[in-house]
Design a protein around this ligand. Structure first.
Ligand SMILES: [Zn+2]
Length: 158
């Protein structure tokens, strides 16, 4: 199982995952060797502290501040963290995902809701247009929780 697969399965709760475009990684030299290639870039799965540092270095933003800023705006993020659907996208515009920051949270019966169902992956995305958005889903129920492709509300809200 790759690091990314393990992260997506909820087996790397102390790590964070970063999706970064080829453009960013090309400018950073050796980082591609650490990542896994996805459609439009790379996903790196690294220790939480290293990941937050890499995120700050690459984006000029604090990861948790970015997450807070993105959290109120729900939209679909691909379950392999390879991109997402910008909520502000229009047919003739370019809305590529510039980066994604994700972490996983352990199942927690005390919190209830999604957290009772299993480990939860939180993903925060930034679009080239400047919009931030977020999605979260339960490991093992990726198609039943969080925002599904083409939708604008989390499936569990219905
Ligand atoms: Zn956009």
């Amino acid at each position: 199982m790759s690091k990314l697969e393990a992260f997506l399965a909820g087996d790397r709760l102390d790590d964070v995952a970063l999706f970064l475009t080829h453009e960013y990684l090309d400018s950073q030299g050796k980082l591609p060797n650490l990542g896994e290639e996805v459609e439009n870039g790379y996903v790196l799965v690294v220790d939480g502290d290293d990941g937050r540092r890499a995120f700050a270095a690459g984006t000029g933003m604090d990861a948790m501040e970015f997450a807070q800023q993105a959290t109120g705006n729900k939209s679909h993020v691909e379950r392999d963290l390879g991109g997402g659907e910008c909520p502000d996208s229009a047919p003739d515009e370019n809305h590529q995902t510039r980066f994604i920051f994700a972490f996983a949270e352990e199942q927690n019966d005390g919190v209830g809701g999604l957290y009772e169902r299993g480990d939860v992956v939180h993903a925060y995305a930034h679009c080239t247009c400047g919009t931030d958005y977020s999605d979260r889903w339960v490991v093992g129920a990726e198609d039943e929780t969080g925002v599904q492709p083409g939708e604008d509300e989390p499936a569990e809200a219905n």
